[in-house]
Design a protein around this ligand. Structure first.
Ligand code: PMP
Length: 439
């Protein structure tokens, strides 16, 4: 203490404190000994119990299968048979190079943007939406960081805990997880080849309950189903009569293969009962993380206010880029090319299924989007299938992810897989399924 110039009584107090923690032991005549283990005890008791914290948030953990998929997608050499994304070689490199060049010279500002998002982008979106029969003003649009964020905003500021969310059964897992984590009651409604059987909602709906419908009418995820025009009209009437608001998720509307889908539900909406969600993720680039929500001005104002509290706006660079993409003379050509490639891949996959699965499963031919919903003729041990396929280099999206009760389906995707891999992968898959079917 003298050497370091510390007061002797400070040292004695410190030693006494360490002794009280059991780190030191003082014995008269023997001096003070350090009890080494207790050091680590002291240090570990000072570390917070992160496990307890990590279990406390409102978001639940992903199912182990989803966690595995999220990681395995980035493994080299794996064939992604269920991925909901376009393959990288479809990326319009030349168009994007031009846009990068133009923006590097003329980008007006990289500052924060106004709460609804970049006005110049919302104006272009209005024009595009008009082509789908949706009449709106820039003040009806809020730009989001992907359409999943739009669902989060809706959940946190428009729905009370315990509200009912009707949805197709099965439905897109990530949307369902958002509603679930926010404490909503999910009620799956059966579908047929024309879309959701809305009349079944009537029998379960309690009068006066807080509720809404979440639907994916065009090239549904995961089934690929397309809601017919007649069903769209009837569903809209049913929801109007029951004052049931609708969230229409149109992530795949532009990815038609055979013919354009019927106009979105939103095109019938004169009273602002539909919130419409669009995104650039499926058509072009999920990495831009840009989506748009169209609704009545009061809804959009409220959601944009919460968006400002959440992240203060989506990336301004991405918003400028998306504006240029939508204005590019090459964008529509690019979309035609995507449709052409997807048609080839879909037809190859359907051909492979006809060859290998005709006795094992049934499916519908999707008219657009990315997915084929393969329903096995008997229950298959899905976990086993997932792991056996993984061992053989195939990454699958089991149906049980999208509907906990359905254990006999797979979401196949033809958007990511290379054409030359389709037949061999489906053959390999059929051999594994056959093995499990005999189990
Ligand atoms: N909705 C549906 C139906 C989807 O399939 C997806 C992507 N798989 C999304 C929303 C998410 O889109 P984003 O990347 O814009 O959040």
């Amino acid at each position: 203490a003298e050497i370091f110039g510390v007061n002797r009584s400070t040292v004695v107090a410190a030693l006494e404190e360490l002794e009280s923690f059991g780190v030191l032991k003082g014995e008269t005549g023997k001096g003070t000994t350090v009890i080494s283990n207790t050091w680590s005890l002291l240090i570990s008791s000072a570390t917070p119990d992160w496990g307890k914290y990590l279990r406390s948030g409102i978001f639940k953990e992903n199912m182990p299968t989803i966690q595995a998929i999220n990681k395995m997608e980035f493994e080299k050499g794996i064939i992604r048979l269920g991925t909901g994304e376009l393959s990288p070689e479809l990326y319009p490199t030349e168009m994007m190079k031009d846009i990068y060049m133009k923006l590097s010279q003329t980008i007006p500002s990289l500052n924060y943007l106004e709460p609804l998002g970049l006005l110049e982008l919302r104006e272009v979106l209005c024009e595009r939406l008009k082509e789908k029969g949706i009449e709106c003003k820039p003040s009806n649009i809020v730009i989001t960081s992907g359409s999943l964020q739009a669902l989060q905003l809706i959940s946190v500021c428009m729905l009370k805990q315990g509200s009912t969310v009707y949805c197709e059964a099965p439905s897109y897992i990530k949307s369902l997880q958002i509603f679930q984590s926010m404490g909503m009651r999910l009620l799956g409604v059966n579908m047929d080849c024309e879309g959701i059987q809305y009349w079944n909602m009537g029998t379960v709906r309690k009068s006066g309950e807080d509720a809404l419908l979440y639907t994916i009418p065009s090239f549904h995820n995961p089934t690929g189903a397309l809601m017919s025009e007649a069903r769209r009209k009837d569903l809209f009437k049913f929801c109007s009569d029951n004052r049931l608001p609708i969230i229409e998720d149109d992530a795949y509307g532009d990815i038609w293969i055979d013919e354009e889908p019927p106009k979105p539900l939103k095109s019938m909406d004169e009273n602002g009962m539909i919130i419409y969600l669009g995104t650039i993720s499926k058509v072009l680039a999920p990495g831009l993380r840009i989506g748009w929500l169209v609704g009545s001005e009061s809804v959009v104002e409220r959601l944009s206010d919460v968006k400002m509290q959440t992240d203060y706006g989506a990336s301004s660079v991405s918003q400028w880029m998306l504006r240029e993409i939508l204005l590019s003379a090459h964008y529509d050509q690019y979309l035609d090319e995507v449709r052409r490639v997807l048609k080839t891949r879909r037809d190859l996959m359907i051909g492979a299924l006809e060859k290998c699965f005709s006795k094992l499963a049934v499916w519908e031919v999707p008219k657009g989007g990315f997915y084929i919903w393969l329903k096995f003729n008997q229950d298959i041990a899905m976990e086993k299938l997932f792991h056996l396929a993984l061992k053989e280099g195939l990454l699958l999206n089991p149906g049980s992810i999208y509907d906990f009760k359905k254990n006999n389906a797979l979401r196949l995707s033809y958007s990511y897989i290379k054409e030359q891999d389709i037949m061999a992968s489906i053959e390999k898959l059929s051999r594994i399924v056959l093995l499990l079917a005999k189990d």
